[in-house]
Structures are given as structure tokens and as C-alpha cells.
Design a protein around this ligand. Sequence first.
Ligand code: AMP
Length: 400
Amino acid sequence: MSQQTVLVINCGSSSLKFSLINPTNGEVSISGIAERLASPEAFIKISFNNEKSVIALSAPFDHQIALQYLVEFLNKHDLTKQVSAIGHRVVHGGESYSQPTLINSDVKNSIASLAQLAPLHNPVNLIGIEAAEQAFPELKQVAVFDTAFHQSMPEKAFIYGIPYQLYKEQGIRKYGFHGTSHYFVATQAAKALDKPLAEFSGITAHLGNGCSICAIDNGESVDTSMGLTPLAGVVMGTRSGDIDPSIIFHLINQLGYSADEVDTLLNKQSGLLGISQMSNDCRTIEDAIINDNNVQANLTMDIFCYRIAKTIASYMAAISHFDALVFTGGIGENSDLIRERVGRSLALLNIKIDADKNSAVRFGKAGSIHEQGSQACLVIPTNEELVIAMQTQQLIEQGE
Ligand code: AMP
């Protein structure tokens, strides 16, 4: 009997990531990415049976063409019948969506109207949904929202200190992102500690190109560092994270920046890149510290780790008990240096990182990195695609 799989789609403005996942055992039969969409250099990379094929896309070089190539590939390898549904990562679900949702025209309309809050993401997510509807007209499509897990936050965590009607009338509040990842690693952490998710409380740190920290109390998100948009919170690859909002007026009124220039500065030229003046990639900054003892690289890393540690410590105000600190994301899963520096600042929370364990748990491994007698610190590789596949399958089965 053939295994049912879910096609998981994650659309960016010039890319479309996909994987065909068996939601029961997590097996990935096909994965890949279409890149440089909207340009004549557009191509699609497909990994299947340990082989990678790279195919140039034809005009109009868009998301639709990329999916047509994928459909042809699935047909050629007799895999189309195994696809039971399609799960889409959608960035912003606003207050309307706290659960995975079967896509229909109303849902598409509300994803479109939420583009006001996520102009860079929701419109391209919608392009992916519509391209998939055309490529797989007979299949059900499910939206899994990045904001959904954080819908359990209490008002005291999500209301900003600005006039309340801006929340009531315009939806300006903290939403939080990376929800699927925080949910996944919290679930895995609870399993590792042998308790149900509903009894797990702790802090999850998703540290990648974008970084966010989440306070989880008895299985629910109760606070998180990103806000109305993914610009808020800790310092990231190119994003500033939290700054004094008056810096924006200073840039505009005193230094002559336009609003768009400030937007670019804070989203694309700040963070690790802006401080180090070297790179947004942690590996480059770490190399500069280890090989050259570079002063600017050291300062960048100190700022990055201090801000993460400070946020983790502040979340002690949000949770009722503290089972574990969990690291995930490209940096959290791989950088023992950053985990060690973050841990060093949290000694008063009885966090003590074991150097040998810390250097051993990298490159896709999961494990604990704390000394005996310390608060539990875990490294758990995230798997947002698997969550999307599982939630999609679950919803489809409920509807049958
Ligand atoms: P993500 O957005 O989760 O894919 O994470 C991407 C980031 O992870 C990259 O920009 C790197 O900064 C970081 N990263 C990946 N591998 C390593 C590594 N071995 N050591 C330190 N940082 C890493």
C-alpha cells in the first residue's frame, strides 16, 4: 500500500520551498526549492532518492511555473497519487486564526486583508496558495499560520503602551512569529522530560536569520519577543530588534532619512551585519573571533548573546515554573559558542552549560547540554515542515 504524504509549501517573494512529507513517520520523499523566481535565472532544485536535479524554469519564471515543474516531476515518478493534501506556511493570521485552517475563498480574502500587517509575506503566501490550487485542483489546501501558537498570549503581554484604540480599531498589538517552531520544540522538550506538553513550562529560543524567544507556560505561548512584525525583539542577522522608537524620528527629522530608508536600515542593514560591519552570518563573525580575535566581532557577539539572555531572564515573570531552556534554529542548533555565552549570563537561573556536551550537540543532533544539578538546557532541531504536514493531515481527517 502506498503511503499518504502531504506537500508542504513555503513561499517567499522570489522562492518556493517544498517538501513531500509522510506525516505519520516524518519521512521526506521529495524536497527542494525554486529560487530567483521573477527573473530569467529562475531554477528549481529537487532532491529525490538521494539525487539532486537542477532544472532551469521557463517564462514567466513565476511560482506557478515552478509548481508545474514539480507536478511533472511527481507524475514522472508516479508519486502524484500519494499526495493527500497541501499544507501552506502562512506568516500572518492576525487574531482570526489560532488553528490550522482549511483554505476557501473567505480564508484567502482574510489572508489578503492581513497583508496590511505583513506586506512582505502574506501576498506571496497567497500567490503560493493560488498556484497550488491551479496545479493540484482536486486537493484540499490548509493554511498553518506562524502567528497561531502565540494567540494564547494574555492581553498584558500583547498590548503595547500606546492608545488602546489603535489595538481595537487597527489591530496594532504583538502577534509574534516562528509559532510553528516554538510549538514543535516545546512538544519535543516535553517528551524529552517525560511530561505532557500541557505541563511543560520553559523558554524556547529560535535563533536563526530571524530570532525570537518564547515563554511557554503549561504548553501555551504566554509571551514572545517578536511583535506586530518580525522586526521586534532580540538582535537578528540584519534586523535591529527592539530600539528606542525615538531613534526613528531622529533619523527622519535630524538626519534626513525617508521612512523607506529607515525601514531598510532597520530590517536589512542592522543586527549582526550592522554592528559587525562584516556579515549577517554568525559563522563569519565566529571565525573572526576565533581566528583573529577581532574586537568588533567580539562586541557583536556580546550584544547578540546579552540581549538573548536578558530576554530569557525577563520571561521568568511570565511562567509558573521552569522546566527547560531550549535552543533551536540555525544558530541555536549549531553554535556552541553562542549557547555558552548565553548560558554564562544566566548563572543566577542555575543554568550551567557543560562544555563537552555543548560542543557535541551540533549539526542536526538533539540533546541536553547542561551540567548535572543545573536547570535543564536542551538543543532540539526544529522541523516546521513536519508540524505543517501533521496539522494538515489531522485537519483533513477530521473533515472526512
Ligand atoms: P536559519 O534561519 O534557521 O536557517 O539559520 C541560519 C543561520 O544559522 C545562518 O545565518 C548562520 O548564522 C547560522 N548558522 C548555521 N550554521 C552555523 C554554524 N555551524 N555555526 C554558527 N552559526 C550557524
